[in-house]
Design a protein around this ligand. Structure first.
Ligand SMILES: [Zn+2]
Length: 275
């Protein structure tokens, strides 16, 4: 089953997939152990900076071999692609799904560039995600203006995009105050489009709000910051006053921490799936 088909199925069933970023072998192993344990499918995401760090082809090869090794159904996705060139490189390397993020550009330009990517992705049968409205990136001020339902309808119709990231009070990074998602707006957007709706910035969103968002039409939950945070915080505490030089004895503790975090997230998401 392709990523595109799986997300369509999730949308129809009212369930969601966890889409989570990996950065290296260790974080990827933690994610896959959790997916294996909970028998969950997973979208593995890489940002542009991760692709600069790992390389596009090594990232693809690593994801493929690890999914096979752990017997997990999963797909590889480009998170927040900023250019058509990068999207093409990822599709040529065999990515199952790409995001083109032109959310900071004017509405008409966002439509134009997304439409171009949808056309390119067609021959690869790849999933295409775009963003409409603005989900604040790290260090940026959170937008108070949620995605417009009227614009979402026009955007999906004109671009033919399969997945759409919406701004409903969510932001990237950790929240300074407890977030409250705009469920009314999510309902309005869900009512006017069959497109798979994506929630970015899920780190720090309380479990009950994640579940409610799924029940109202979110079918892809993006999570990155909490994984990075738990991995590095765990390593920092292990390495404090530790003179061990065998890295294979150090990393497993951090891998376990990622496994525990993601197992918890998958259980929260799967509860809605099985309701
Ligand atoms: Zn994001």
């Amino acid at each position: 089953m392709t990523c595109k088909e799986k997300l369509k199925k999730c949308k129809e069933e009212g369930t969601a997939l966890l889409a989570t970023n990996f950065y290296n072998f260790e974080t990827l192993k933690g994610l896959l152990l959790a997916a294996q344990k909970t028998k969950s499918s997973l979208i593995l995401q890489t940002s542009e900076s991760t692709l600069h760090y790992l390389g596009i082809k090594p990232a693809k090869a690593l994801a493929d071999s690890m999914l096979k090794e752990y017997g997990v159904q999963g797909w590889l996705h480009l998170d927040h692609g900023s250019s058509v060139e990068l999207v093409k490189e990822c599709l040529n390397a065999g990515f199952d799904s790409v995001m083109i993020d032109a959310s900071e550009r004017p509405f008409s330009e966002n439509i134009k560039i997304t439409k171009e990517v949808v056309e390119i992705a067609q021959k690869y049968n790849a999933n295409v995600e775009a963003e409409l409205g603005y989900v604040a990136k790290l260090g940026q001020k959170q937008s108070l203006e949620p995605t417009s339902a009227v614009e979402a309808k026009t955007f999906v119709e004109e671009t033919g995009v399969n997945a759409l990231a919406v701004a409903i009070g969510n932001a990237h990074g950790f929240y300074k105050e407890k977030p409250y998602l705009n469920f009314e707006r999510l309902k309005e957007i869900s009512a006017v489009t069959n497109c798979c709706l994506v929630l970015h910035g899920s780190s720090g969103i309380p479990d009950d709000q994640l579940q409610k968002a799924i029940s109202l039409g979110i079918s892809k939950i993006n999570l990155a910051t909490e994984t990075k945070n738990i991995f590095m915080k765990t390593l920092q505490s292990v390495l404090k006053d530790n003179r061990e030089i065998d890295l294979r004895k150090v990393f497993p503790v951090a891998i376990d921490a990622v496994n525990t975090l993601i197992t918890g997230k998958l259980e929260v998401i799967n509860t809605v799936r099985h309701a």
